[in-house]
Design a protein around this ligand. Structure first.
Ligand code: ATP
Length: 639
């Protein structure tokens, strides 16, 4: 089956404390304190009005029993009841708008925060958290939190107030009867306490299972052409069905716990009612309480049963909410290993924070990366100064560069070992066997993974002393699989320069050999490329990505095997276009093609993560066995 590139993160055994989770929500409660205050006042008023209804009933029953009832008196009581009902209606509407509105706003804030946080994370975070997993957090988990802080909070407050007030009024009518009514209550408390912990663990499993399904579905849609070409539809459907069954099984485990909570709550309530009917009836017969008291008492007991049942429901919603909040907290607590953050307006993103992160068992620890790098009193000047300096004299130095991927399948395996070289303006080809580390070099230059101190320098400054965003702004990067947004061709080309003119866009499209293709399309530059560039050929996508990089016009251009889908003639045409545009820039071209490498100034040859040669193409052809073998194979293919 076409499965996950990486498993969604497992439900963690370390639960963050309640205080930590509540601290996450505290700012929202503070921001909306007045809205909440009025909402809860309205809720209290509804509860108060509801509690008066049994008093009207008591009054009615007693005057009917005494024979003192008159039509006028009955109409008066009826009028009050009607007014009370109207008040309840208006106030209920008010609290719903205020409190449920708060929970929706909080959900939107939390979602935006999660999104911004995820955007600021580095590549190793995404290696661990596939998109399906992240989507599950952004949908299911946030909904569960919204439900808990919305209806959950309301139900809890409502239950507390109603049950408290009903108890007081019941005590007022008859302390003995009240004792009878609450006798079965501890049974409910015990079962809620016993079952709620199980609910937490099981609900965590449900969310994990949902993450697996989402990720599988996403992967299948992305790889739909592959699935069809290998006629794997049935296997995929079967595998999806299995994941669905696991999801159902996980949900059923939750249902077992829930299924126990609700009946226990109802049983406890009805046991209380049984005792009241028996002992209350006897008290009325003995005339210790009036019939009206008895009717009012039964009504209050009904009011007490709802909160008792709500205990189960609220426990469930609160457990789901806290489990989901804990999952969201785990994501928010994850740190970018590059100490990166989205630079705030006016902040200087050049200087490292005062408390750098430490690495413990490969996990970054330390303060959350929400504060961008600052240098007191400098503002954005340093940023501009570095960019200007690097643009006028671009130089990148690799010094005995070693690197291992944080989640490499072979622990401790090095992907790059001891690479030393200076990159200056000119075109450097990078060649080597598959898996030799070519793309890894590109990824490190573009700051996708952390590099140890003293190994990589931009303009003689250690990259660790510079914000990753600042480094990335110096580089146009065309990856092996160009990514396109599902917008127009023009928008895709001008991604890095949104205000580029049509002439500028056309100029780079011509250099990338794409202009002729575009003008033959139905809507020219306004043609929509479809999901991930679905409506373009592989070669068109690659040339579009090259055009985008040329328009960005940055001091460094990295093309990671991104001309592979072109025929040799088109490749040469595109290469000529690149050459025309890159004077004074550092250009790296990863390729297996000899024809392309022959046009570069020098070729870096990698083997098992080591630099084995840095020579001109002609020299390598004469003196390097691997290069000669590569040339022979390609010429053989050409014949
Ligand atoms: N995200 C990753 N996590 C763990 N290991 C990785 C990751 N990406 C690459 N590797 C490993 O690092 C090594 C170098 O990979 P790299 O992608 O740099 O090779 P390459 O020379 O670009 O290969 P190709 O020509 O096939 O693209 C390989 O052993 C690969 O398995």
């Amino acid at each position: 089956m076409i499965s996950q590139e990486s498993e969604p993160s497992e439900p963690s055994q370390n639960k963050p404390s309640l205080a930590v989770l509540l601290a996450l929500l505290k700012p929202f409660y503070f921001q909306y304190r007045y809205r909440l205050l009025f909402g809860f006042l309205a809720l209290l008023a509804v509860d108060f009005l509801q509690l008066t209804i049994p008093l009207y009933l008591k009054q009615t029953v007693d005057i009917l029993k005494n024979g003192t009832a008159t039509s006028r008196e009955l109409l008066r009581i009826g009028g009050f009841l009607l007014l009370t009902a109207a008040g309840i209606m208006a106030l209920r509407f008010t609290w719903r708008v205020l409190i449920i509105g708060f929970s929706r706003r909080m959900e939107a804030h939390l979602r935006a925060r999660l999104f911004a946080h995820v955007l600021a994370m580095d590549k190793s975070f995404f290696d661990q958290h596939p998109p399906g997993d992240l989507m599950a957090h952004a949908s299911n988990d946030l909904s569960a939190v919204q439900m808990a802080v919305g209806m959950g909070m309301v139900a809890a407050a409502d239950a507390l107030v109603i049950s408290g007030a009903a108890l007081v009024l019941m005590l007022y009518i008859s302390p003995f009867l009240t004792l009878m009514a609450v006798l079965p209550l501890p049974l409910l408390g015990l079962s809620a306490w016993f079952l709620s912990d199980r609910l937490h663990t099981r609900f965590d499993q449900v969310q994990h299972s949902f993450g697996l399904i989402t990720e599988f579905a996403r992967n299948s849609m992305v790889a739909i052409r592959l699935i069809k070409s290998y006629t794997r539809e049935q296997q995929q459907a079967r595998a999806f069905g299995e994941l669905g069954e696991n999801y159902v099984a996980a949900n059923l485990k939750v249902a077992v716990v829930q299924g126990l909570l609700f009946p226990v709550a109802i049983l406890v309530g009805n046991l209380g009612m049984l005792l009241i009917l028996y002992y209350g009836g006897k008290l009325v017969i003995k005339e210790a309480i009036t019939l009206g008291d008895f009717v009012a008492f039964v009504h209050y007991l009904y009011m007490l049963i709802w909160p008792m049942m709500a205990v189960g429901w609220v426990t469930n919603i609160a457990q789901r909410g806290f489990t989901s909040l804990a999952r969201i907290h785990r994501l928010l607590a994850a740190r970018s290993r590059l100490e990166n953050s989205l630079p705030a307006v006016g902040a200087n993103p050049c200087v490292r924070p005062e408390h750098p992160l430490q690495y413990i068992n490969g996990q970054a620890q330390g303060p959350a990366p929400t504060v961008p790098y600052r240098k007191k009193g400098v503002g954005g000047e340093y940023y501009k100064e570095f960019s200007a300096r690097f643009r006028s004299d671009p130089v990148i130095s690799l010094r005995a560069l070693n690197f291992s991927y944080p989640h490499h399948h072979k622990a401790g395996a090095s992907s790059l070992t001891g690479i030393s070289l200076d990159l200056r303006p000119g075109i450097l080809g990078i060649a080597g066997r598959t898996g030799s580390g070519k793309s890894t070099v590109c990824r490190l230059l573009t700051r996708q993974y952390p590099v140890s101190e003293g190994m990589l320098f931009f303009a003689n400054q250690d990259v660790n002393s510079l914000a990753p965003a600042l480094i990335r702004e110096q580089i146009s990067y065309v990856s092996q699989n160009p990514v396109l947004f599902s917008s127009t061709i023009a928008e895709n080309i001008s991604l890095a320069v949104p205000d580029a003119s049509q002439e500028e866009i056309e100029a780079v499209a011509k250099l990338a050999g794409l202009h002729a293709d575009i003008i033959n399309m139905e809507n020219g530059y306004q043609t929509r490329v479809g999901e991930r560039g679905l409506r373009l050929s592989g070669g068109q996508k690659q040339r579009l990505a090259i055009a985008r990089a040329l328009l960005a016009d940055r001091p460094v251009l990295i093309i990671d095997d991104a001309l592979s889908a072109l025929d040799v003639e088109t490749e040469q045409q595109v290469f000529a276009g690149i050459r025309a545009r890159v004077t004074g820039k550092i250009v790296l071209i990863v390729s297996h093609r000899l024809k392309l490498l022959s046009g570069t100034d020098q070729v870096l040859l990698l083997d098992q993560g080591k630099a084995v040669a840095l020579e001109h193409h002609e020299h390598l052809l004469l003196h390097n066995d691997f290069y000669q073998a590569m040339a022979e194979k390609q010429q053989g293919r050409g014949r």
